[in-house]
Design a protein around this ligand. Structure first.
Ligand SMILES: *Cc1c(COP(=O)(O)O)cnc(C)c1O
Length: 429
């Protein structure tokens, strides 16, 4: 595979950007080699600067549920952009996207649009702290919630810990308000509530943790979190930036039928443009400025072009059987891959939900916590990733990342992918 153009671009990019990228995982550090510079996408396929073609399972890390350059999304963008790109004043498009969402999601009454998932989560945490008048928050090891200070915290040792920062530049005072516990552990959560009685503003969880492998939780566990929050007047935040509009139009709240207090969204909601959102009951949301005293604002919030892209994309997601079809494709792909993998080789196991799959090298039947992931298996993933690229299949460049199936993936794509997995696995073996 020719890489000259990507190599040249990467060399230049390293002069401009730290590590040559504008978001770290793009640098291919976990799989090695040069990141591919993408020049074009159409449907399920992308092309790099050297003209290599790939079937794409990264989907811009989730947003592109209809595939690349979907005609309906592009048309909506083109029509809107001719009237101007931003006004800093309300537009009817914001109402339209809000109506589309709220009339199809019984878990939300009022929402606010922001410009990224990070911003949505940061605002949701502020709302939770503002209304409960408590400072502490509880998060789980193995869940990612964007890069705001309060959430860049990883577990220390012990059942219930104030974590350690996972980034320099996060003040200790901030970390000391974030309690970190393992997923799937009821004892740890109970202990945290005992230790910090009436101090915990919210529990935040990815109800479908999909940023550190795919750590599917038991419904009973999510229900336990709902109940213990209710008992303690603590708010439950579902961070659905990845699962929202992905495992169903109503995301994990709908999938498990659990009513969180606040839900955050991003990724799919903007149709490939930068949109985030947080929402809750009208009563809770009315604490946000200008009605309430919890401040939150954004120069480009509710951007008309991004709203138009979101409307076009979510309208497609509401078509009958949209999500069933994605899940069917996923099942088909995994079954075909398993057929293609030589039974004597080191076998990957696939964890799936809706149109998401995660390739794990493990003997375990379930992986529900970050600690259960064998970090050695990342060596296997590195080989698999490189060999798949050689065969025209593009996975996100880390064994901790999940893969996404879009509406645009065809049966032919899936069969080709399964064959490529089979061949690539011979090298892992
Ligand atoms: C991607 C993601 C975020 C961060 O969103 P950005 O748009 O990258 O800021 C937050 N939470 C979850 C669950 C995510 O998947």
């Amino acid at each position: 595979m020719k890489r000259e153009k990507s190599e040249e671009l990467f060399k230049k990019a390293q002069r401009y950007f730290p590590g040559g990228v504008n978001s770290p995982v793009r640098a291919f550090r976990s799989v090695g080699g040069t990141p591919l510079f993408i020049s074009k996408g159409k449907g399920s396929h992308i092309w790099d600067a050297d003209g290599n073609e790939f079937i794409d399972y990264c989907g811009s890390w989730g947003p592109l549920i209809l595939g690349h350059a979907n005609v309906k999304v592009l048309d909506a963008i083109k029509q809107t952009v001719d009237s101007g790109t931003s006004f800093g004043a309300p537009t009817a498009l914001e109402n339209e996207l809000a109506d589309l969402i709220l009339s199809n999601n019984k878990y939300l009454e009022k929402i606010r649009f922001v410009s990224s998932g990070t911003e949505a989560v940061m605002s949701a945490i502020r709302l939770a702290r503002g209304v409960t008048k408590r400072n502490k928050i509880l998060k789980f090891e193995g869940c990612y919630h964007g890069h705001s200070d309060a959430l860049l915290v990883k577990a220390g040792s012990g059942l219930v810990t104030f974590g350690n920062t996972s980034s320099a530049g996060v003040p200790e005072a901030v970390v000391n308000e974030t309690i970190v516990v393992s997923l799937n552990n009821e004892e740890a959560v109970k202990q945290a509530f005992n230790e910090f009685k009436n101090q915990i503003a919210c529990i935040i969880i990815e109800p479908v943790p999909a940023n550190n492998g795919l750590l599917l939780q038991r419904k009973e566990y999510l229900q336990f979190l709902r109940d213990i929050c209710t008992e303690n007047n603590t708010l439950l935040i579902f961070d659905e930036v990845i699962s929202g509009f992905r495992i169903g139009f109503t995301g994990a709240a709908g999938y498990y039928d659990i009513q969180p207090d606040i839900i955050t969204y991003g990724k799919i909601i903007g149709g490939g443009l930068p949109v985030g959102m947080y929402g809750a009951s009208a009563k809770l949301m009315d604490n946000i400025s200008p009605l309430g005293n919890v401040y939150q604002a954004g120069t480009l919030s509710g951007n008309p072009v991004a709203m138009a892209a979101g409307i076009a994309q979510l309208t497609e997601c509401l078509k009958p059987n949209f999500y069933e079809d994605l899940a069917e494709k996923n099942k088909f792909l995994i079954a075909e891959i398993n057929k293609n993998i030589d039974s004597a080789s080191i076998k990957p196991k696939f964890f799936t939900i809706g149109g998401i799959f995660w390739t794990a090298f493990t003997d375990k039947e379930f992986i529900r916590t970050a600690e259960e992931i064998n970090s050695d298996s990342m060596k296997y993933f590195k080989i698999l990733h490189a060999e798949l690229l050689e065969r025209g299949v593009y996975l996100g460049p880390s064994g901790y990342e999940v893969a996404f199936i879009s509406e645009a993936h065809t049966k032919e794509d899936l069969l080709k992918t399964a064959k490529a997995f089979g061949e690539a696995m011979k090298f892992v073996k």
